[in-house]
Ligand binder design. Structure first.
Ligand code: GGG
Length: 356
C-alpha cells in the first residue's frame, strides 16, 4: 500500500507529521505502508517553480492514497493564479478527478465543553457535508481580471456545472445517506442562480432512484441558519464547491474547532486524497500550536476508504477519543482543567494510545 505524503505549507508539515506518526504506530502491529513525500503549494513553487510540480502529480497518480496537509500562504494568495500555493491543491483535485469531498462533522462528547455553542444545540451532532470539488465558480470560465473601456478593473468568475457533474455527486450523496440515517439535504441557491436551478432539478431526478432516502432542499442562506440552529436534524448535506467550502467551516464550530474536521476527496476509483479541512494558518505555523487531530482523523478515513483497513481506521479513531477523554487539549480546544499540549505532544499521545 503506497501513500504519498504532501505536507505543503504553514502548519501543513506539522500536522501531517503527527498523522504519519499515527500511521507508523498502526504499522508497528499490522498493515505495512510505503510512504513517500513530495512538494506542493508554496513549497512546490520554491522547489520546482510550480505549486503542483509535474513530479508530484506523477507520484500522486501512482499512489494508492494521498495524505495532504495544507497549501498556500497569505503572500502567495496575492500572486497571479499560477503562482498561488492553494491553486496547486485545486489543480491536483481536478487532475485526479476527485469530485466528492466528504467532510464529517462529529461533535465528540468529550469536547462539548470546549465549544462556544450551547450544549443542547451541539450534543449528538453527527452529519456529513459532501462538497462537490471539481466544478463551480472555482473552475468555470470566463474568469480573470481585465479592464473595461474606462480603464476600471473588472473581476470575473463563472458558476458553472454540467448535468453530469451534478448527477455524479448527487449519486455519491444518496449512497452516503444510505449508509447513514437515510436523509439527504441538497443545498443550492436555485431561487437566484441558473446553475443552482439546474442543480436542484438534477438532484431531484437522481433522487427517484433512491426512494428510501428522504430528500430535502434548502437555499444556502437558510441552510447556514439551520445548521447552527438545529444541526442534529442534518444527516448528509450535498452541495456545490463554494457553498460546501463555506458551510463546512461554519459546521466545524459545532465540533469545537476547525482543527477537528477531517476530509476525504474521492473519485470513481479507490484512490483518494485525505486532508484536514483547515488551511495553512501561517499565523501559528512553527509554534507547536496547531491541532493535529483533523489530520490524524483524515489518516483514519484514508485507512478505511482507500486502503481497506477498517480495523486500523477504528483503532486510530478510538485513540483520538481516548486522548480527548484523558483531557489532552491543543489551544484551539482548550478548556479549564484540561491538559494543555502542543501539536507534537498530541501526536505522541495518539500514537501511544493506538498501541494500547
Ligand atoms: N487542507 C486544506 C487546505 O489546504 N486548504 C487551503 C486551500 O487552498 N483550500 C482551497 C479549497 O479547499 O477550496
Amino acid at each position: 500500500m503506497s501513500i504519498l505524503v504532501l505536507p505543503g505549507d504553514g502548519i501543513g508539515p506539522e500536522v501531517t507529521a503527527q498523522a504519519v506518526k499515527a500511521l507508523r504506530s498502526v504499522a508497528a502491529n499490522g498493515p505495512q505502508f510505503e510512504m513517500a513525500e513530495a512538494a506542493i503549494g508554496d513549497a512546490g513553487l520554491h522547489q520546482a517553480g510550480d505549486p503542483l510540480p509535474e513530479a508530484t502529480l506523477e507520484a500522486a497518480r501512482r499512489a494508492d492514497a494521498i495524505l495532504f496537509g495544507a497549501a498556500g500562504t497569505y503572500e502567495s494568495d496575492l500572486l497571479p493564479p499560477e503562482k498561488r500555493g492553494g491553486h496547486g491543491l485545486l489543480r491536483l483535485r481536478k487532475a485526479l478527478d476527485l469530485f466528492a469531498n466528504f467532510r464529517p462533522v462529529y461533535a465528540f462528547p468529550e469536547l462539548i465543553g470546549a465549544s462556544t455553542l450551547r450544549r443542547e444545540v451541539i450534543e449528538g451532532v453527527d452529519l456529513v457535508v459532501l462538497r462537490e470539488l471539481t466544478g463551480d465558480i472555482y473552475f468555470g470560465t470566463p474568469r480573470g481580471v481585465e479592464r473595461d473601456a474606462s480603464g476600471q478593473r473588472i473581476g470575473t468568475n463563472t458558476m458553472r456545472y454540467t448535468e453530469g457533474e451534478i448527477r455524479r455527486v448527487a449519486h455519491a450523496g444518496f449512497r452516503a445517506a444510505r449508509q447513514r440515517r437515510h436523509k439527504l439535504c441538497s443545498v443550492d441557491k436555485a431561487n437566484v442562480l441558473e446553475t443552482m436551478a439546474l442543480w436542484r432539478e438534477v438532484v431531484t431526478e437522481v433522487g427517484r432512484d433512491y426512494p428510501d432516502v428522504e430528500l430535502t432542499h434548502l437555499y444556502v442562506d437558510a441552510a447556514s441558519m439551520h445548521l447552527i440552529r438545529r444541526p442534529r436534524d442534518f444527516d448528509v448535506i450535498v452541495t456545490g464547491n463554494i457553498f460546501g467550502d463555506i458551510l463546512s467551516d461554519a459546521a466545524a464550530m459545532l465540533t469545537g474547532s476547525i482543527g477537528m474536521l477531517p476530509s476525504a476527496s474521492l473519485g470513481e476509483g479507490g484512490r483518494g486524497l485525505y486532508e484536514p479541512v483547515h488551511g495553512s494558518a501561517p499565523d501559528i505555523a512553527g509554534q507547536d500550536k496547531a491541532n493535529p487531530l483533523a489530520s490524524i482523523l483524515s489518516a483514519a478515513m484514508m485507512l478505511r476508504h482507500s486502503l481497506g483497513q477498517e480495523e486500523a481506521a477504528r483503532a486510530v479513531e478510538a485513540a483520538v477519543r481516548e486522548v480527548l477523554a484523558e483531557g489532552y487539549r491543543t489551544p484551539d480546544i482548550m478548556e479549564p482543567g484540561a491538559r494543555s499540549v502542543g501539536t507534537e505532544a498530541m501526536g505522541d499521545a495518539v500514537a501511544a494510545a493506538i498501541q494500547r
